[in-house]
Design a protein around this ligand. Structure first.
Ligand SMILES: [Zn+2]
Length: 234
């Protein structure tokens, strides 16, 4: 075997060692294998209504008014650099709704460098701490894209990764109110503690009273995501 044969041998050895190392590392670090939460079973009937991307002031105001009228608390996963430092957000926090971290710019985090990825997550935390004296505890990745690096930063920041039991596709223009409603109410077939992913769009606000009614008629409580996770269901 010549010099190139030895080179190939060393490359193969390096590959085997790195595969072994990465699988062993994943097994020995339980936090790297935590999956984003889609369902919380065993805590009784509860539903977390979640709204991504916001804030669209007019829609957000309608959502807050509706939530107040219906006596429900909801969770907003916001994009940091679109957050207006306005009264609506202060009102949102004051009325007991939850703010989740949805990154600073809504970039797909798995495609970013380590330092970009860190600032997407940590700048959001810092901004809410400084501007609102509020510490988000839940995180939803843009386009629900996670990898081990994302999970590691979340773990270090005490942020819980949250997906959803169902997505309503209400962001798409051709999604009808009927689809949003049917998709939203289907979550209860999957688990008792379910999470519904919606956005701040008019058709969702229009159909929300019916969704709330359906869950209420079926004995569900309305909770924020962190209440669902910590079983603080009243
Ligand atoms: Zn989003």
């Amino acid at each position: 075997m010549g010099k190139s044969g030895n080179n190939i041998k060393s490359i193969i050895t390096i590959l085997i060692v790195s595969v072994w190392f990465s699988t062993t590392l994943a097994q020995s670090n339980p936090e790297l294998s935590i999956k984003p939460i889609k369902c919380v079973s065993g805590y009784g009937k509860a539903v977390a209504l979640t709204f991504d991307d916001g804030l669209r002031p007019e829609i957000h105001k309608q959502l807050l008014n509706l939530a107040k009228k219906e006596s429900v608390l909801v969770t907003f996963f916001l994009i940091g650099n679109t957050v207006d430092k306005n009264r609506l957000l202060k009102r949102t926090i004051r009325e007991g709704h939850e703010i989740g971290n949805h990154s600073m710019t809504h970039s797909v985090l798995t495609k970013l460098s380590d330092s970009e990825l860190r600032s997407e997550i940590l700048d959001f935390q810092m901004m809410f701490k400084e501007d609102y004296d509020y510490v988000p505890t839940v995180f939803r990745a843009p386009k629900l894209q996670y990898d081990e690096r994302v999970m590691k930063v979340l773990k270090e920041s005490n942020l819980i990764p949250v997906n959803a039991t169902v997505g309503t596709k209400d962001w798409a223009e051709d999604t009808t109110k009927e689809y949003i409603y049917n998709k939203a109410i289907s979550a209860m077939k999957t688990c008792d503690g379910c999470i519904i992913l919606m956005h701040e769009v008019k058709k969702t606000v229009d159909v929300l009273p019916q969704i709330i009614k359906y869950y209420r008629d079926n004995g569900y409580k309305f909770v924020t995501v962190s209440q669902l996770l910590s079983n603080k269901i009243q």
